[in-house]
Design a protein around this ligand. Sequence first.
Ligand code: FES
Length: 155
Amino acid sequence: MDKDEILNRFEPQQDNLLNILHELQNNNPNNFLPTEDLKLVAKYLNTSYSAVYGVVKYYTMFSLKPRGKYVIRLCKSPVCHMIDTNIVLQEIKNNIDIGLGETTNDLLFSVESSECLGRCAEAPVMMVNEKIHKELDSIKISNVLDSIKLNEQNK
Ligand code: FES
């Protein structure tokens, strides 16, 4: 979708800033907000570039650099941490050879940490784009990642 089309779906009001940023980022094949998008939003909302930049930096769900098509978010909050997110992280590393804060060379996956994903009772959990995967163990993690890779190969 064209960036102007995205902007025009929203009234040019500050209240719409987060939704506009979300839409622009979701529309970007590399899952991030380039500088030109921040400038575009600032102009559209009649605010400063630094105000938009500040919001993007504040929220971990936004990225200023290219990320994988699939962003894996690992909960770093206490409950999941007690259950041991390091096991999940290690399994991800075994499978796609990247760690926290990294992106695969083919730009298919990125791994990030996140605040509580709201599924503490089913920990450990991870979110891949918008989908939550719960009660993770090695097999489940492998299945999720293998199925994404297979789907991408068949496109
Ligand atoms: S503490 Fe991990 S989902 Fe809530």
